[in-house]
Structures are given as structure tokens and as C-alpha cells.
Design a protein around this ligand. Structure first.
Ligand SMILES: NC(=O)c1ccc[n+]([C@@H]2O[C@H](COP(=O)([O-])OP(=O)(O)OC[C@H]3O[C@@H](n4cnc5c(N)ncnc54)[C@H](O)[C@@H]3O)[C@@H](O)[C@H]2O)c1
Length: 260
């Protein structure tokens, strides 16, 4: 709402910004005065996401978007350049685009699914950081959306869990590289969120119907429930803002205790 919030004057790019966690994060950032660029693969969802933000009375012209496949270097570079062109700066980078792939035992795990999951999460985060980092300066924050299965794992998710662990390696490398420039890099590790992405994961993983699958997962979460996207967004805001000014190289679990 205000230009002077915790992110006042700053500009952010969020991949998968039209999705559940991405849009909740964009809303949390915009409410604190940031201008936000949404980069994602679904044009209708990007348009709708930008419209809801514009309609919420945030700073005028605070939202822009572009269809961007994070697996494609030229498209990611173009999205970063469009962000800087539009807002004149870049302060917050959120590598958040994701796909689940499938759930199969390792011997049956399809190679195509493995390659695609790695491409979206690992190559996608790498490309975003590679193209964004030259535009960042001291005080900037890079956040990679990993998962509870970036620090734990479960049977059947060789692609997704491997990709989410690999993002931690990318984060730690960049945290070490960029600390001398005053740029912070962290991963966030959400537990199960009450959204369509996770519902598909749970049905695929358990073979149960949606409601029963959700109840099975609730039983695995110490807090006994799924997160709301806004709860993940609040932790994104913490990592993006100076509230976390001495935090870099960290894995922030926001998982209802699931990894503990
Ligand atoms: N939902 C959960 O419970 C949960 C838990 C832990 C981590 N995560 C992670 O959070 C992130 C966001 O997921 P979500 O729950 O909001 O799901 P979502 O499906 O709502 O959002 C994912 C977004 O990524 C975009 N995307 C997919 N492939 C892309 C590509 N090639 N290029 C650009 N964009 C692409 C989709 O269009 C979508 O907007 C993902 O990285 C996911 O792995 C989700």
C-alpha cells in the first residue's frame, strides 16, 4: 500500500509469480511498498495475478509480468532486463517456479520427468541468479524456494527431492560468493501448503482421494495442519527485508515442524 513500507523503493522479480506461493509473496511484498515483476509460464494466470495486485490499491504501476520459461536462458535474461528496465533497479530475487514431476520408485522413475524437474528447479534457479546477480548491489536479497524435502526426503520422489536438495548447494555457493558484496542468499523450505500443487503431490504420493490424502499429510506435520500460502509469504518477506539483515547461507524451514 505504502511506498515507505519495509520494502519501500525496492524492486523484486518472482518466478512462478502467478502461482499460489508466488502470488501471495508478491502481495506481501507490494503491501510493503515493493514493485514486483512476475515471471511465469502461464499467460492467463500472470494476467489475472497482475490484475488482482493492481486492483488491491498498491502503488500505481507497481506490477509487471512476462511469460518466462525458467528453463530457457534467453527468456530468463529478458525477464530480468525487463524488470530493471521497468523499475530502474533490482533488489529482491525469488527463484520460486516449480513442478512436482511424479512419484515412482527409483527403478521406475521416468528419465524425462527427472530431467524436467531438475531443469525447472535447478537450472531455472541457476539461470535466474546468473542473470540477476550482475544487477544487484549491497542490501539485496536472493531467495530460493526449496521445500521440506530439500532437507529431508521420502520414498518415490527422486526428481523433486534431488532438485530441492540441489538448490541448497546453489544457495550456499552464492551466499559465499556474494557475501563480500553485501548480498544475502537463503533458501526457504515450506512444508505442505493448502493449495492445488500440494494436493496433486499428496494424491500422487498416497494413491488416496484428495481429502484423505490431506488428512494423511496432516498426520505427518507436528502442527497438525497445512500452511496457508500467506504464512509462507510472511517468511519470504522476512528474508527479503532488512529484518533478516544478518542472515545468509541459511535454510529457513517453514514447515510446521515436519523436518524437526
Ligand atoms: N505447495 C507446497 O506445499 C510446496 C511445499 C514446498 C515447496 N513448494 C515449492 O514452492 C514453489 C511454488 O509452488 P506453489 O505451491 O505455489 O505451486 P504453484 O503450482 O501454484 O506454483 C508454481 C508456479 O511455477 C510456475 N512454473 C512451472 N514451470 C515453470 C517454468 N518452466 N517456467 C516458469 N514458471 C514455471 C507455474 O506456472 C506456477 O505459477 C515451488 O518451487 C514448489 O516446489 C511448494
Amino acid at each position: 500500500m505504502s511506498a515507505m513500507g519495509r520494502l519501500g523503493g525496492k524492486a523484486a522479480i518472482i518466478t512462478g509469480g502467478e502461482g499460489s506461493i508466488g502470488l501471495a509473496t508478491a502481495r506481501a511484498f507490494a503491501a510493503e511498498g515493493a514493485r514486483v515483476f512476475l515471471a511465469g509460464i502461464s499467460e492467463p494466470d500472470l494476467k489475472a495475478a497482475a490484475a488482482t495486485l493492481d486492483g488491491d490499491g498498491f502503488t500505481e504501476h507497481a506490477v509487471a509480468w512476462a511469460v518466462t520459461d525458467v528453463r530457457d536462458s534467453a527468456q530468463v535474461k529478458a525477464a530480468v532486463e525487463a524488470t530493471v528496465g521497468r523499475f530502474g533497479r533490482l533488489d529482491i530475487v525469488v527463484a520460486n517456479a516449480g513442478v512436482f514431476g511424479t512419484s515412482k520408485p527409483i527403478a521406475d522413475y521416468p528419465e524425462d520427468d527427472f530431467d524436467n524437474v531438475m531443469a525447472v528447479h535447478v537450472r531455472g534457479a541457476f539461470l535466474l541468479c546468473k542473470h540477476a546477480v550482475p544487477h544487484l548491489s549491497a542490501g539485496a536479497s536472493v531467495i530460493i524456494t526449496s521445500s521440506v524435502v530439500g532437507i529431508t526426503a521420502a520414498p518415490g520422489i527422486a526428481g523433486y527431492a534431488t532438485a530441492k536438495h540441489a538448490q541448497v548447494g546453489l544457495m550456499r555457493t552464492m551466499a559465499a560468493e556474494l557475501a563480500p558484496r553485501g548480498i544475502r542468499v537463503n533458501t526457504i523450505h515450506p512444508g505442505p501448503v493448502d493449495n492445488a500443487f500440494q494436493a496433486q503431490v499428496e494424491v500422487t504420493a498416497t494413491g488416496a482421494g484428495a481429502a484423505q490424502a490431506q488428512a494423511i499429510f496432516d498426520g505427518m506435520i507436528p502442527l497438525g495442519r497445512h500452511a496457508r500460502p500467506e504464512e509462507i509469504a510472511r517468511s519470504m518477506l522476512y528474508l527479503a527485508s532488512d529484518d533478516s539483515s544478518f542472515m545468509t547461507g541459511a535454510t529457513l524451514a517453514v514447515d510446521g515442524g515436519m523436518s524437526s
